[in-house]
Structures are given as structure tokens and as C-alpha cells.
Design a protein around this ligand. Structure first.
Ligand SMILES: Cc1cc2nc3c(=O)[nH]c(=O)nc-3n(C[C@H](O)[C@H](O)[C@H](O)COP(=O)(O)OP(=O)(O)OC[C@H]3O[C@@H](n4cnc5c(N)ncnc54)[C@H](O)[C@@H]3O)c2cc1C
Length: 425
């Protein structure tokens, strides 16, 4: 990883960094301005601003930071198409800590992300996640629960009777137990989080370039420059790959062919149900089908079985999955769901890490100034704040300081130190 001095060795920029600026070079160029790229940019710029005020190792000129985004409407980005769920209930230590960081970040977002006195409204609904388990799922539920509690997550195991008492609209006959998040869990508006991070990053001097990275020039195990679709070639100190489901494409531009990330389609169905379900959290059925309220409606879905989960960047809707898999489970679990009307539904992409379904973070070993922030496997929205902060620390200080995410390095694949996440929804 390029260290702070290395990043600062580039020639000085001649104009200030705002969107349409033509800049001779960038110290940090982030490919992809979704929630991950924007979080990295925000935390870098915020740390720089703090440093400039002399609070955190300032000195030297400010870093020139650019984010290149191929689609500023975000129409097909995973962030805008996400369900916005935030939960502490993971099986991997780092994921639990990242979610705890997010819960605190959301709490402080009005203060941290306000621009010109205007506070962002993230629409956080703190209604919890409810993971249901049958007898066979009980050992995993209990194991995860112990780890979550050890790390300070406010989660409770409920008996079927307790589930029934809290949520009388639910069938619990087949259940052995459930795990409910009591604080710091629920869902928010993903687009608002993205815009809040982006708006603050821009206010702190980050340039957002509306363009597409189409190539990279590398020499002596370093990326020297990126080429844009507009024809510009930009010399760079360090590149962050935050291209979401297109991360492997961007990695290939830098000559990296072994990034185990693939785009996989996930469909979100919106349903209307005549009856209200008071206190409904985000419920994850033992089958993998999930649902949560969205205004007067509900959002629901399920990952397809592995043999039907092909690599694709298409966004075409598929309704058979709803009729054959999702709806039958919903109707068994919640009798009120026997009569539902399908509403506006949509497809998006998970960037699946095909090896262990966890993030891949930090420099690629063959290319130390090419930093990965990829493979979030369906839980990247809620981990964006912690990941952004951690990648910013790596870039600025050459080490993780707040959250140790070293186990998410690319090297884990070669070293056989996989960290499989069991709670992928
Ligand atoms: C249906 C669905 C439901 C989900 N639900 C949840 C959830 O409940 N909770 C949760 O935490 N996560 C959820 N996720 C996952 C979450 O949305 C993602 O992990 C997260 O948004 C990833 O953010 P990102 O910035 O990496 O990717 P993206 O949001 O896809 O951003 C990447 C950006 O890179 C840009 N880009 C790509 N290539 C280039 C290039 N060459 N040049 C310039 N720009 C480029 C793209 O246009 C895109 O805007 C869900 C995802 C989907 C699809």
C-alpha cells in the first residue's frame, strides 16, 4: 500500500477539486461512486480536514481525491437497488463490529454529514431483524448469538411462545427459536445514505467525475494512470476499486484476473397485504425467504439456489421465483400473506465473493497501489461506513487503526484462511 508520503509525492494540483475540474493527477482515484466508493472518499476527506486543523497528524498539502462514476443516476447500482437492511446478526466477528460501527455512525450522521447546516434524513427504522430457526438451525443460531453478545450486540433469543406473543400474526409451529435484534438493527433509505456521504465528500473537496474508467496503465507493480471513456488519461497515486458488481472488470483493467467476485441477480418483490402486521421487523425465514414492511406494503425476496444463481449483469425481472418459492413460504409463515397483490418490484446485483461470501479489502498483493473494496455479498450497504473508515486509514496511515479488518485481505485465499459468513440473506 502506498504510504502517506508516497501519496503526497505527486505533483501539485493546479485548481480546486470540483466536479468538472480537469486535474493533472489524483492522489487517490476511486472507481465507482456507490455507497462504498463514497464512504471511502468521505472518510479520506474528513480525516484530511481534521489533519488540516491539526487534530490528527496534519501537515503537507491536502490529498487530491476523485471519484469516477459511470452512471450518476445510479439507476443500476447495487446501492440504489438495495433493501437497506442493517443488522448486528452475523457469524463473522468483523461483520458484527462493522455493523456496530454503522449503528453509531447512523446515530451521529446528522452531525457528521450535515452540509451548510442541512442535516441528512436517512429514514432509519429501528425495527430489528428476526432470524427464525427450526431444530436443525438451532446450534448455528446459538453459536452466532454468543459471539454477537460477546461483541456487545443487543440481541435476544426468543422461544416460539415468545415469538408468538410479540408477533401474533406469525405461524411458529415449526420453530425451535428465533433471534431478535433489540437495538441498532432495522433498515434505512439506501439512496439517502449514498447522497449524504457523497454530498459531504464533495463539500470536503472530493471531485466526482461523471465518466467511466475503461483502462489502466501499470508499470513495476504499480498503477500509473487510468484512462476514461471520455479519452482523458489521469495519472494516479493510488486506485480504489469500488465498482460493486463490476469489480472484476475493473480489476482486469489493472491486469488482475483472480478477483473471486461475480455479479448475481437478486429480485426484490413489493407486495401489498390488506392486513397490517404490527411491530413487523425484517424477518428471515429458515428457508432464506425474507420480508419487511415498506410503508403500507412489504418488500420480500430470497436468494436463488446455487445451481440457478448464474453470473449476470442483466436486470430483467423474473416472477416465477416469486410464485414458486417466495410466496408459498410467506403464506405458510404469515396467514395474512395468503392474499397479497404484487406491486412495483425490481432486480439488482449482489457482488458475490464466490469463495467465502465476505468482503475483500486492502491492496492486491501484486499491485500495492490498487486497493480492493469488493465482494460484499449482499451486506455492503450496512458495512459501508466502517469499510470507508478502514480503507481511509489504510491509505493514510498504512494500517488499520479503529477496526482491524486484516483478515479480509486478498491474501487469505492463498493462505487458506477463509472466513465464511453463515448469515448471508
Ligand atoms: C436487491 C438487493 C438488496 C440488498 N439488500 C441489502 C441490505 O439489506 N443490506 C445491505 O447491507 N446490503 C444490501 N445489498 C447489498 C448492497 O446494496 C451492496 O453491497 C452495496 O450497495 C455495494 O455498494 P458498492 O458501492 O460496492 O456498489 P454499487 O452501489 O454497485 O456502486 C458501484 C458503482 O461503480 C460504478 N462503476 C462500475 N464500474 C465503473 C467504471 N468502470 N467506471 C466508473 N464507475 C464504475 C457503478 O456505476 C456503480 O454506481 C443489497 C443489494 C441488492 C442488489
Amino acid at each position: 500500500m502506498a504510504d502517506r508520503r508516497g501519496i503526497r509525492n505527486l505533483p501539485h494540483m493546479t485548481s480546486s477539486a470540483f466536479d468538472s475540474v480537469r486535474c493533472p493527477s489524483w492522489d487517490v482515484l476511486v472507481v465507482g461512486g456507490g455507497v462504498i466508493g463514497s464512504a471511502v472518499a468521505y472518510f479520506l476527506a474528513a480525516a484530511e480536514a481534521q489533519g488540516a486543523r491539526g487534530e490528527a497528524g496534519g501537515g503537507g498539502r491536502a490529498l487530491r481525491i476523485a471519484v469516477v462514476e459511470r452512471d450518476p443516476t445510479y439507476a443500476s447500482s447495487s446501492t440504489a437497488l438495495s433493501v437497506g437492511g442493517i443488522r448486528q446478526q452475523f457469524s463473522t466477528r468483523e461483520n458484527i463490529l462493522l455493523s456496530r460501527f454503522t449503528a453509531e455512525f447512523i446515530r451521529r450522521a446528522p452531525e457528521l454529514l450535515s452540509v451548510d447546516g442541512e442535516e441528512p434524513e436517512l429514514g432509519f427504522v429501528e425495527a430489528g431483524y428476526l432470524f427464525l430457526a427450526t431444530e436443525s438451525g438451532l446450534p448455528v443460531l446459538r453459536r452466532n448469538h454468543s459471539l454477537q453478545r460477546e461483541l456487545g450486540a443487543d440481541v435476544a433469543i426468543l422461544s416460539p411462545e415468545e415469538v408468538q406473543a410479540r408477533f401474533p400474526w406469525m405461524e411458529v409451529g415449526d420453530l425451535a427459536a428465533a433471534s431478535l435484534g433489540l437495538r441498532g438493527e432495522g433498515w434505512l433509505d439506501p439512496y439517502s445514505l449514498l447522497q449524504a456521504l457523497k454530498g459531504k465528500a464533495r463539500a470536503l473537496g472530493v471531485a466526482y467525475l461523471s465518466d467511466e474508467v475503461v483502462g489502466m496503465r501499470t508499470r513495476n507493480h504499480r498503477v500509473e494512470a487510468v484512462t476514461l471513456a471520455s479519452g482523458d488519461t489521469l495519472p494516479v497515486g493510488l486506485v480504489v476499486n469500488a465498482a460493486g458488481p463490476r469489480a472484476p472488470e475493473v480489476a482486469r483493467m489493472a491486469g488482475i484476473r483472480d478477483l473471486p467476485v461475480r455479479p448475481r441477480k437478486r429480485i426484490v418483490y413489493r407486495i401489498h397485504c390488506r392486513e397490517a402486521l404490527p411491530g413487523c421487523p425484517l424477518v428471515v425465514d429458515p428457508s432464506g425467504v425474507y420480508f419487511r414492511p415498506e410503508g403500507q406494503d412489504f418488500l420480500c425476496g430470497a436468494s436463488p439456489p446455487p445451481h440457478r444463481d448464474r453470473d449476470t449483469l442483466d436486470l430483467e425481472m423474473e416472477y416465477e421465483h416469486f410464485h414458486e418459492v417466495v410466496w408459498p413460504v410467506l403464506a405458510d409463515r404469515v396467514p395474512a400473506f395468503e392474499a397479497v397483490k404484487l406491486g412495483h418490484s425490481w432486480a439488482g446485483h449482489y457482488a458475490i465473493n464466490t469463495v467465502d461470501q465476505n468482503a475483500i479489502l486492502g491492496p492486491h498483493p501484486e499491485l500495492p497501489n490498487f486497493c480492493l473494496a469488493n465482494g460484499f455479498s449482499g451486506h455492503g450497504l450496512q458495512h459501508a461506513p466502517g469499510v470507508g473508515m478502514a480503507i481511509a486509514e489504510l491509505i493514510l496511515y498504512g494500517e488499520y487503526r479503529t477496526l482491524d479488518l486484516a483478515r479480509f485481505s486478498f491474501e487469505r485465499f492463498a493462505n487458506g484462511e477463509l472466513i465464511r459468513e453463515e448469515n448471508v440473506v
